[in-house]
Ligand binder design. Sequence first.
Ligand code: C5P
Length: 241
Amino acid sequence: MSNTRFWLVVPAAGIGQRMKADRPKQYLRLQNRYLLDITLTRLLAAAEFDGRIVSLHGEDHWWPHTDSASDDRIRTIQGGAQRSDSVMAALRALDSRAASDDWVLVHDVARPCLHPDDLKRLRKELQGHPVGGLLACPMADTLKRMGPGQTVVETVERDGIWRALTPQMFRYGVLRDALAKAEHAGLVITDEASAVEHCGFRPRLVEGRADNIKVTVPEDLALAEFILGRIDSGNGITGDP
Ligand code: C5P
């Protein structure tokens, strides 16, 4: 990874509807800080980046009140209607600086509990990889497909099913082309890997910790606070997934 540069993209332009809060979830308070500040502080402490871009909603008025706003290593840009638009906007902002072979690490702002060991493992396992990959977890629960009237129509075979997490890490050129193609084809893309898969590539799965949760519903906040407390005290759960 010596000559290739390493860029950070954090999509933070969501409105967090499922949280049913008075503000986007990235601005909810956790450990007396904004969730967004926790995620960004942990990322920036875990690795050195050549550039850091955060995509914000066009009507975001919270950002100036965060600690991150005064970190001049971070550049903000306006995101888009979908998560993939927000990532694409960040990639466009890197256009004049990033080379095709550079790495881009994309991490949801809503995942504050990333363990630094997971980021290290992702980078290590992708070293020299031509495309990239993602942190993911083998599925533990039995999966059901819902039919009419909220009834079960099928139990889905869970063997070989993994949950996609972030960070996801791809070569800049691969990811940019993949997202542009997906946009052109009108595909709904919920993570970087799926866009890359649509181009015929096979991103690598790197097993990550199950406690790298995405804060989505109100009860996730207390859980995230608990997980962060455990990670930061070096208590219990080890660095291994
Ligand atoms: O809503 P969800 O939790 O799936 O969003 C995942 C991530 O994508 C969050 O970090 C959110 O802020 C971001 N996002 C975005 N632009 C959008 C929608 C979501 O940057 N239009």
